[in-house]
Design a protein around this ligand. Structure first.
Ligand code: HAM
Length: 427
């Protein structure tokens, strides 16, 4: 019989076999973020609708068709967060962080929500790892963030990433570029997709973000696409050159992508993304950029910032497809007899302060417990035979080294500690 309820379209359950990989990835990321001096910020899952509408841009897909907008019982106009940046900056202003120190490095992780058409690598509830460096206008900040971005993927075993970079300039240069795009596309205007035609009037840059293959064929037919980098003013140009020099100094592999414009409207100057072709159409593993006008847009003082978000679902899909297995811990399985069951319960509790321990709770026979221990994949087996227990002994079997020894229960924890330390693994 089919179950009465199913998870809403575009959402999924992560089972223990999945969450082991997620935890491993999150732990690895936490390590990198700590070493880069980032502090964790947790913001609400929902905020005022207006916060997102104002920051993402009227013509962005997020605002046009992807927001989970709702009224609560107090008639407040709210939305589930479609991204982190707006909420992080709202918190930055509301909590007065700007007054406490000039530069803030903040990271966050958790679910985000966008109402899109679900497919491989695209969900309605997905997860991001988000990082923001708020308060520095310097190109060194952009270069450091892109380096961190790449280092996070490297910590997950991606070794061959090339980050795509572009400069989207400032509003004035973008307007000039929009005009150039319109002129360039004029000869094929009638053949563009309806979406692109609409974007050409509201926000011409968005046209470059089209997923329509017909549009891409037209771009190829026209050739010589105008380049944003050609319309940058002198300051933006100097910033751009310094960012690239910073990436070279850090040894980060990059490629300039003149068509890279990003899906949200708040970016200024540097924009960047990484892709993995194995994901098909939804190939962006993560992206970000500089957003120097955003804090002001939220009513704060002029405050520059640069950040990025990594799509965890997509990154982990690629890690899984490459056959990665999260390293298994060294767990312990206790096998007891009738006369030692009570003692086993106490010993399990004691050992669980440090180690992962399984212990029978169904009063099963010795054979059934041994079978379960074999299946569990536990590295250590602690056998509590009645006679041995009377003598003040238990047997410890280590399936990794193939050894078995007899020792006092009080010596067990230290023996496990030594063995797990020797292999450099933790339980
Ligand atoms: P974004 O490019 O919209 O940027 O999203 C970042 C990443 O989230 C994407 O590259 C992708 O991996 C993942 N993603 C987006 N939509 C979905 C989806 N429906 N299902 C699965 N994964 C998805 C931002 O959100 C900006 N707030 C990043 C940023 C931070 N810029 C500055 N600071």
């Amino acid at each position: 019989m089919a179950p009465k309820h199913q998870a809403p379209r575009g959402t999924r359950d992560l089972l223990p076999a999945d969450t082991a990989l997620w935890r491993w990835a999150e732990d690895a990321a936490r390590g990198v973020l700590g070493r880069y001096g980032f502090g964790e910020l947790r913001t609400p899952l929902f905020e005022d609708y207006e916060l997102f509408a104002r920051t993402s841009g009227e013509s962005s897909d997020v605002v046009q068709k992807e927001m989970y907008r709702f009224k609560d019982l107090g008639d407040r106009d709210l939305a589930l967060r479609p991204e982190f940046t707006a909420g992080v900056l709202r918190a930055y202003l509301e909590q007065g962080l700007g007054g406490r120190s000039r530069v803030h490095r903040l990271w966050s992780t958790g679910p985000v929500f966008r109402y899109g058409r679900p497919q491989k690598g695209r969900y309605r509830q997905f997860h991001q790892l988000n990082c923001e460096l708020i308060g520095s206008p310097a190109p060194g900040a952009d270069a450091e963030m892109i380096t961190l971005f790449v280092d996070l993927y490297e910590a997950w075993g991606f070794s061959d990433l090339t980050v795509l970079v572009n400069s989207v300039g400032q509003p004035a240069s973008r307007r000039a570029y929009g005009e150039r795009l319109r002129e360039w596309l004029a000869p094929v205007h009638d053949r563009l997709s309806a979406d692109s035609k609409a974007r050409l009037t509201t926000n011409p840059l968005r046209v470059l973000d089209t997923k329509d293959t017909g549009d891409h064929a037209l771009f190829a037919e026209l050739g010589n696409m105008p380049r944003l980098l050609d319309v940058l003013d002198a300051d933006d140009r100097a910033h751009w050159d310094a960012v690239l020099a910073g990436l070279e100094a850090a040894g980060v592999k990059y490629e300039i992508d003149h068509g890279l414009v990003r899906g949200l409207d708040y970016y200024t100057r540097t924009a960047f993304e990484v892709h993995d072709r194995s994901l098909g159409a939804q190939s962006a593993l993560g992206g970000g950029g500089r957003y120097d006008g955003l804090v002001e847009m939220l009513g704060g003082p002029p405050t520059p910032g640069v950040g990025f978000a990594i799509g965890l679902d997509r990154a982990l899909l690629v890690i899984e497809e490459r056959g990665f297995k999260a390293p298994a811990g060294d767990s312990v399985c206790i096998v007891a007899m009738d006369g030692t069951r009570a003692a086993a319960t106490a010993l399990a509790r004691e050992l669980r302060r440090e180690f992962a321990v399984e212990c029978d709770v169904e009063s099963r026979g010795f054979g059934a417990q041994m079978k379960a221990a074999g299946k569990s994949g536990a590295r250590f087996l602690v056998i509590m035979g009645e006679e041995e227990w009377q003598r003040g002994e238990v047997a410890l079997k280590d399936s990794k080294s193939g050894t078995q020894e007899t020792l006092a229960p009080s010596a067990l924890a230290e023996a496990l500690r030594v063995k797990t330390r020797a292999t450099g693994e933790t339980a």
